[in-house]
Design a protein around this ligand. Structure first.
Ligand SMILES: [Zn+2]
Length: 414
């Protein structure tokens, strides 16, 4: 077959230049079905959701590696088809694939690749008020799973919009992984009524129309994973935060549906200390900083919960370039009040917008526009001295985070 030979030749060329998506663009222009050809004969897992995609993809790939060998994966977070082509072309034929997928592309990929398993983490709006888009997305996912009886779905039972999408799936595994951001999930997707979250029954939710949280197959209970048959597994992670425990239990549940045992995958997952630089400790501005990335209100809320009980000074960086979203009005949806009483420095190109927000939250802070100077100022205000394991917590949105990473030296693990 000429077409196959062309695709194979293309694959080799793409593999030679792997690490960029340029090759993927060329390949898809030549053959729009290139992705299907490249995925043929592989076991495929897809990971999607608003937050945690990159981390969960990495954890699932790591969980499978020990048993299944080399995994094709888009580790750099290029989560659209061009990135998927690059990831598949760079891996040996037949190597299983674990792909992070942008939420909007997921229905198309479910149809084209017929994956063995799809992991659905959560659905909330991105930087701006796009609640309707989130609800439309849930419906588009739902239609995709209605037509895919061969695909197993691992879904977060605590997110009503994810449950709505996954209900028609042939083999759903419901994971009680938690959901701390509920503002986008209170409108019932079944009847447009109101979903009530009960605080008494942990994680429970229901609407008067009967749409309710399904009985979970897997429950994340603090540092333990409880299975439906009563078995318990201890969850130990090098990655910090409640949200990373949720990512880990989703990844391990997906690995279990692919035949890798819980003990095995949890052992592999425990060793992961950073993902694409996130949560790593870097040397910057003469001290060491733990750097974290937050891209939307739900992500900010999780990270503020993580740093709020700590002692370290906190540097918050906000830019508003295209990759961040031009309009920083989402700052008003983020509970910066949690930083009250902490030493805070506002930084980034939009540090003045952030400063206004912090003033309304009654958070005492300084404003230093340059990110590296801000980290240094926070450290000095905290007493300076000999740089330690992590002197400062830095949370930035996308380009503020990448700016700091590009100016940091000598990375060490958190
Ligand atoms: Zn309802």
């Amino acid at each position: 077959m000429v077409a196959t030979r062309v695709v194979n030749a293309l694959s080799r060329r793409l593999a030679a230049g792997s690490g960029t998506v340029a090759g993927g663009h060329v390949g898809l222009a030549v053959d729009p079905r290139l992705l299907e050809h490249l995925a043929a004969g592989r076991r495929v897992a897809l990971v999607s959701g608003t937050n945690g995609k990159t981390t969960t993809t990495r954890l699932l790939a790591v969980a499978l590696e020990g048993s299944l060998g080399r995994i094709a994966t888009n580790a750099t977070g290029s989560n659209m088809p061009t990135g998927h082509v690059t990831a598949l072309a760079g891996a040996p034929p037949g190597a299983p694939a674990v792909l992070e997928v942008d939420e909007g592309y997921l229905p198309g990929l479910v149809g084209a690749l017929v994956p063995e398993v799809v992991v659905l983490l959560n659905l909330s709006r991105d930087q701006l008020d796009r609640t309707n888009e989130v609800r439309m997305l849930s419906n588009r996912w739902r239609r995709a799973f209605s037509g895919s009886p061969a695909t197993a779905v691992v879904a977060n039972a605590d997110d009503p919009l994810v449950v709505w999408a996954a209900l028609p799936a042939a083999k759903p595994t419901w994971v009680a992984a938690g959901l701390s951001w509920r503002r986008d999930a209170i409108g019932c997707p079944a009847c447009a009524g109101r979903v009530e979250f009960s605080s008494a029954e942990k994680g429970g939710w229901a609407c008067a129309c009967g749409f309710a949280r399904p009985r979970p197959d897997v429950v994340l209970d603090a540092d333990e994973i409880v299975l439906a048959d009563g078995r318990r597994h201890r969850l130990t992670l090098a990655l910090p935060g409640r949200f990373n425990r949720a990512n880990a239990v989703m990844a391990a549940a997906a690995a279990a549906t692919m035949g890798v045992g819980w003990e095995e995958s949890l052992r592999q997952i425990a060793a992961v200390g950073e993902v694409a630089g996130r949560f790593s400790v870097v040397e910057v501005g003469g001290c060491s900083a733990r750097v974290m990335l937050a891209k939307n209100p739900a992500g900010w809320r999780e990270l503020l919960d993580l740093v709020a009980p700590g002692e370290r000074p906190v540097v918050v960086g906000i830019n508003a370039r295209v990759a961040d979203g031009r309009d920083p009005s989402w700052l008003w949806d983020v509970p910066f009040e949690r930083l009250c009483g902490r030493q805070v420095v506002a930084t980034g190109e939009r540090c003045r917008d952030l400063s206004v927000r912090l003033r309304y939250a009654e958070v005492a802070h300084r404003t230093v526009r340059d990110e590296v100077a801000a980290v240094r100022a926070a450290w000095m205000a905290h007493g300076g001295g000999t740089p330690g394991a992590a002197d400062v917590d830095f949370i930035g949105n996308y380009t503020a985070f990448t700016d700091v990473m590009s100016r940091a030296t000598e990375r060490t693990r958190a």
